[in-house]
Design a protein around this ligand. Structure first.
Ligand code: FAD
Length: 434
């Protein structure tokens, strides 16, 4: 049995190369093209003129799409190695695109690889893996997000076609996507978990209408990328059903488990970046004749942040190791655990970094306010924190049994009586010699 926190030197060399490459070649794109639009809009000239070249470098280094198996052009690295890689990618909005693992395309590619037919793979998966197109995942509805039992969007069969009618909300990057993977109720007479199916819907299909492109925080109206979509009698051929009829929730689990842990891994990198900014500012800014770093309340913020970051990093790496060892389905507690921890750690560390930067921290001249928005978003996307807490608690409680009797097992009077009985001989001896 080994407990080892070190990284294999050959792999560390790859990580060191990634670290330098992301800082020098990729992070400048984050400030040049702020926001996510250009990342997903594959017609933006930056893809042809800059990003393709960076992607070729990554491919040449054998680091392209490492979350995928070799059959799909990846390296098939386990989650632990991906955890260490994603920490580096998490520093930059563009890095996942440059390394071929951008959400939601990465998760969409995974389910297409698992459940897609040969034709579906050719039409949708291949260009996605080559980063020529973007995709969208369209599940949440305006009246229902975390409770799928309230989903209303329906698909009905009409000959060789399915006809989709309903609305979807917060379908990220729909406006840039070539296709959406849409979760729709196909059989309302059974539980939603058995009566929902997934369809591959090209975004130029007649009947599809974006009602609004909702933005985050203070983004200007219509500049956002989270679409409110009306599927108005949208017809897709029956070949566009992904997996079997009624299989949507089984398929979604394949996608969401990986998606959540990868978000958490990247968040480690983002939190580290906020922490680095905090420390540098504390050492550089002076007030009342000394650097901020000499103030005990600032030291407390730094100590609290370092402890949170390290706890979170180890939790994420342990969850990754657990997935590698027992599989994602048996690591639900670990995956939901990191999903709960990530928005809290990210929000608290970024908020302290803002505080230490003062007015500069809340300004649009630092990336820290964007980090707080991202942290709050991560507490909702892929399921809100509360729902994941329920999952953690349910999984944890499976390891416990209710106790018979009026008092709990650790009730001291009963424990004391049992201990006295067990060690009666010793007690008699002690009393005799006292
Ligand atoms: C940045 C971002 C990107 C997103 N991208 C996509 C996307 O691409 N595709 C897509 O389909 N969806 C997407 N979503 C939507 C996301 O999946 C939903 O926001 C999420 O499922 C929650 O649904 P809701 O927003 O309707 O909140 P609601 O379901 O209305 O929940 C609101 C709040 O109620 C509380 N709550 C809910 N359930 C429970 C419970 N069981 N116990 C206790 N409290 C509870 C929680 O505080 C929760 O935050 C995205 C969201 C964000 C923020």
């Amino acid at each position: 049995m080994a407990w080892d926190f070190s990284t294999d030197p050959d792999f560390q060399n790859k990580l060191d190369w990634m670290d330098g490459f992301v800082r020098e070649e990729v992070e400048p794109l984050d400030v040049l093209l702020q926001g996510e639009k250009a990342i997903y809009d594959k017609t933006h000239p930056v893809h042809a003129k800059v990003v393709r070249g960076l992607q070729e470098t990554v491919r040449a280094k054998d680091l392209w799409a490492c979350h995928l198996g070799p059959d799909l052009g990846g390296k098939g690295y386990g989650q632990l190695k991906l955890g260490l890689m994603n920490e580096i990618l998490g520093r930059s909005g563009w890095a996942p695109t440059v390394f071929g693992c951008q959400a939601p395309d990465s998760g969409n590619a995974e389910i297409l690889a698992h459940y897609g037919t040969d034709d579906q793979k050719r039409e949708f998966l291949k260009p996605l893996l080559e980063s020529r197109i973007s995709s969208c995942y369209s599940m949440t509805e305006p009246q229902a997000g975390s409770d799928p039992k309230q989903f209303k969007c329906r698909a009905t069969r009409d000959g060789d076609e399915w006809v989709i009618q309903g609305e979807k909300w917060f379908s990220s990057n729909f406006r840039y996507a070539r296709f959406a993977i849409v979760m729709v109720v196909t059989n309302p007479d059974v539980s939603v978990y058995e009566g929902t199916s997934m369809f591959l819907v090209p975004t130029d299909t007649p009947g599809l209408k974006i009602l609004r492109n909702t933005g985050l925080g203070s983004e200007e109206p219509e500049t956002g990328s989270h679409a409110y979509v009306h599927y108005d009698d949208v017809r897709v051929p029956s070949e566009n059903l992904l997996g079997g009829e009624g299989q949507a929730f089984v398929i979604a689990q394949t996608r969401l488990g990986g998606g959540r842990i990868h978000h958490a891994m990247r968040t480690v990198g983002a939190v580290q970046k906020a922490f680095d900014m905090m420390c540098e500012r504390a050492l550089s800014r002076h007030t009342q004749g000394e650097p901020l770093s000499k103030k005990q309340m600032v030291q407390e913020m730094i100590a609290e942040s370092w402890i949170q970051l390290h706890q979170f990093r180890l939790q994420v790496l342990h969850a990754a190791w657990t997935i590698d060892n027992v599989g994602g389905a048996r690591a639900r507690q670990e995956i939901s655990g990191v999903k709960v921890a990530l928005p809290k750690v990210f929000n608290e560390v970024a908020t302290r970094a803002i505080q230490i930067h003062g007015s500069l921290g809340v300004s649009n001249e630092m990336p820290l306010m964007g980090m707080v928005t991202a942290a709050l978003s991560l507490g909702l996307a892929d399921g809100p924190t509360e729902v994941h807490k329920v999952t953690v608690a349910r999984q944890v409680l499976k390891n416990y049994q209710p106790q018979d009797g009026l008092f709990p097992r650790e009730h001291l009077p009963a424990r004391r009586a049992a201990a006295q009985k067990k060690y009666a001989e010793f007690l008699e001896h002690e009393v005799a010699n006292s």
